[in-house]
Ligand binder design. Structure first.
Ligand SMILES: [Fe+2]
Ligand SMILES: [Fe+2]
Length: 188
């Protein structure tokens, strides 16, 4: 149980209702909690959406420390989607907060040390055939942004939907990059 009085930061990757739609409600019960997001997110959406407590807008490669933890911010426009997207990487434990990357549908275990890319592929293929097609844009920058995430050599891939992966994160991010190319750019 989180003591709301001690909640200091609320981080999210991009501005969507299922990422940060409850920010105002969080800040009502935890008034010291400040949003952490990209500078683009702060300027374009977040400070208008939740004006009571202005966000901490992060620039690419900026680091901030919370005491025990040290977070590096990578600004990754349009990965997984939205101009303001950006990832937090906790450097002391090697946790990459993955938001929509590695999205796996179904009733899966909370933590996996096995390959999660196969299940992520099933979700991508399923979405491509329905109203949620083109979940991620595939641009000339997509693979480069994912390579920057792989180069962090994360030990834990903390996805928002599906099993969190623990293991060789660099390898799994590279496998995921190949999957995205195959599903979203089939002519490559
Ligand atoms: Fe979303
Ligand atoms: Fe999203």
């Amino acid at each position: 149980m989180i003591d709301p009085g001690k909640l200091r930061w609320v981080g999210f990757n991009h501005f969507e209702a299922d990422e940060c739609g409850s920010l105002n409600e969080w800040q009502t019960v935890a008034p010291n909690a400040t949003a952490v997001c990209s500078m683009v997110a702060k300027l374009v959406s977040v400070d208008d959406f939740a004006p009571a407590n202005p966000a901490k807008g992060m620039m690419g490669n900026e680091v901030f420390e919370t005491g025990k933890h040290r977070f590096r911010f990578l600004h990754t426009p349009h990965v997984p989607h939205c101009w303001e997207a950006g990832f937090l990487f906790e450097e002391t434990s090697g946790v990459l907060f993955c938001t929509d990357l590695f999205h796996q549908n179904g009733d899966v275990e909370p933590l996996s040390t096995k390959d999660v890319v196969g299940r992520a592929r099933e979700t991508f293929v399923e979405y491509q055939a329905g109203p949620l097609a083109n979940y991620m844009p595939y641009t000339k920058n997509t693979e480069g942004e994912l390579k920057r995430l792989a180069a962090l050599k994360p030990k834990v891939l903390a996805t928002m939907q599906g099993s969190v992966f623990e293991g060789d994160g660099e390898h799994v991010v590279n496998d995921y990059t190949a999957l995205i190319r195959e599903v979203l750019d089939p002519e490559s």
